[in-house]
Write a protein that binds this ligand. Structure first.
Ligand code: HSE
Length: 344
């Protein structure tokens, strides 16, 4: 079965996805019977290109690496904006990877609405529209018989959403807590080895973990957005960003880190979502944990989430929380889920 993909946003994640399709496309087609064909890419800075019969992933990556643009790639159409790309590229699935805005969810929200209204499945790693407008988008998707894939919004390609939404759905999840921001965990880990905050943040940006505006990471907004997503998608809550009791890591000094270390403790930015008496609450806070605590040994950009359930007790998932290929993989997981559901 062939799926035509239009990719909106061609930064780290988009390029990670295209790299995976370049390297594994043939294998995926053999293993799953799913042929994912990129028909259009549209990016605010890199331009846009569309070929309804398919764009070669290797050429796309070579052109962007050489020129920083995709406009130079030979194709029948160039210069389309996101909405025209969604409407006219002939895509079956719109992969929305534009930058995250946790205040409005735009421009991704408009793109997702347009794609669903046009009867296309959507896959996104963008936390803005999912944290702020999931209920509306899900209603629209259901009305149109379409799927919304949002695995990559929490823990990148580590399958936290699928674990919570499908595999633990009947286990009675009462609490989900852990490390859900890779950038801050990377910074805290590096600071423990003596690096300055500024150098550690620079490294996290260079490695592609941080948001376009890293304030969202270090002030805890990114983790708060993920906490809202966990609460609303896994626990059926209707939380907003303002409902999250949020503190970031910018108040932590090297001295705080050293004094924790002297007591065999470690600072971690812990996101928590809890259901109690029918009410769901969420928080994001720097927390000092004994080094023997299971979350204390989770270092670098790695994330971890412990699901507390009625039937299984605690189930903990540890894996990458950010990164180019890691988040690209989340999109692939959602594409394969669409194939499992609709590819008959
Ligand atoms: N900036 C995010 C992080 C990316 O550092 O975790 C993944 O959502």
């Amino acid at each position: 079965m062939q799926y035509k993909l239009a990719i909106i946003g061609f930064g780290n994640v988009g390029q990670g996805l295209v790299q995976i399709l370049r390297d594994k496309g043939t294998e995926l087609s053999k293993q799953f019977g799913a042929d994912f064909r990129i028909v259009a890419i549209c990016d605010l800075l890199k331009g846009s290109v569309c070929n309804p019969s398919g764009l070669d992933p290797a050429t796309l990556l070579d052109v962007v690496a050489a020129t920083g643009k995709i406009e130079t790639m030979s194709a029948p159409h160039h210069g389309w904006d996101a909405l025209r790309t969604i409407a006219e590229s002939g895509a079956d699935v719109v992969v929305e990877l534009s930058y995250t805005d946790l205040k409005t969810g735009e421009p991704a929200l408009t793109h997702l609405r347009a794609a669903l209204n046009a009867g296309k499945h959507v896959v996104t790693t963008n936390k803005g529209p999912i944290a702020l407008h999931y209920a509306e988008l899900k209603k629209l998707a259901d009305a149109k018989g379409m799927e919304i894939g949002a695995e990559g919004t929490v823990m990148s390609g580590t399958p936290s959403m699928r674990l919570g939404l499908e595999l633990l759905a009947a286990a009675g999840v009462s609490r989900v807590q852990g490390i859900i921001n890779g950038t801050t965990n990377y910074i805290l880990t590096q600071m423990e080895s003596g690096m300055t905050y500024a150098d550690a943040l620079n490294e996290a940006q260079a490695k592609g973990y941080a948001e376009a505006d890293p304030t969202g990471d270090v002030e805890g907004y990114d983790a708060a957005g993920k906490a809202v997503i966990l609460a609303n998608l896994l626990m059926g809550a209707t939380l907003t960003m303002n409902d999250v009791d949020r503190t970031g890591i910018t108040g932590l000094t090297l001295q705080d880190i050293e004094s924790a270390k002297a007591k065999d403790e470690r600072w971690k930015l812990i996101g928590k979502v809890e259901k109690s008496g029918g009410k769901v609450s969420a928080s994001v806070k720097p927390t000092r944990l004994p080094v023997t605590h299971p979350l204390a040994s989770v270092g670098g950009a790695t994330n971890a989430l412990t699901f507390t359930t009625d039937l299984l007790g605690d189930v903990t998932l540890i894996g990458p929380g950010a990164g180019r290929l890691e988040t690209g993989y989340a999109v692939l997981g959602d594409l394969l889920a669409i194939h499992r559901r609709f590819g008959k």
